[in-house]
Write a protein that binds this ligand. Structure first.
Ligand code: FES
Length: 138
């Protein structure tokens, strides 16, 4: 499938050290600003679907807001379970005139809403300090 860069938000809305969720027609994105560089990954935690863009950011890591699994924002790797099956898909990002653009399949071209800014909120569910398997669903 052909890909192209899709505008998904403004860099000014994403301060360094924070993340946000962006809902598109076919996919949810988690955007992060690490020291002025923007990164994008799938917004769905591979554990139980938590919104990664709403998790607290620390350095180049984000913790899922539901159970605290931590992921490398630049690679999508889960710290505790670094094998490929737990890796979150990441997307290529570019910045043009203050806009954040993400390389997505053509069918993803309509950005609908920017749902939530985060990165500073405390997790609302039970928090694990690593990527240990859960004991119960969210
Ligand atoms: S849903 Fe993300 S750690 Fe459980």
């Amino acid at each position: 499938m052909e890909k192209r860069f899709i505008t998904v938000g403004k860099k000014a809305d994403l301060q360094p050290g924070t993340g946000m969720s962006v809902e598109l027609r076919d996919v949810g994105l988690a955007l992060f600003n690490i020291d002025g560089t923007i990164y994008a990954m799938d917004n769905t935690c591979p554990h139980a679907g938590g919104p990664l863009g709403e998790g607290p950011v620390e350095g180049n890591l984000v913790a899922c807001p539901w159970h605290g699994w931590k992921f490398d924002i630049q690679t999508g790797t889960c710290l505790k379970n670094p094998n490929e099956s737990w890796r979150v898909p990441i997307f290529e990002v570019r910045e043009t005139d203050g806009l954040i653009q993400v390389l997505l399949p053509d069918s993803e071209q309509d950005a609908i809403t920017i749902s939530l800014q985060s990165g500073e909120e405390e997790p609302t569910h039970g928090v694990a300090s690593d990527c240990s398997p859960p004991t119960s669903p969210p």
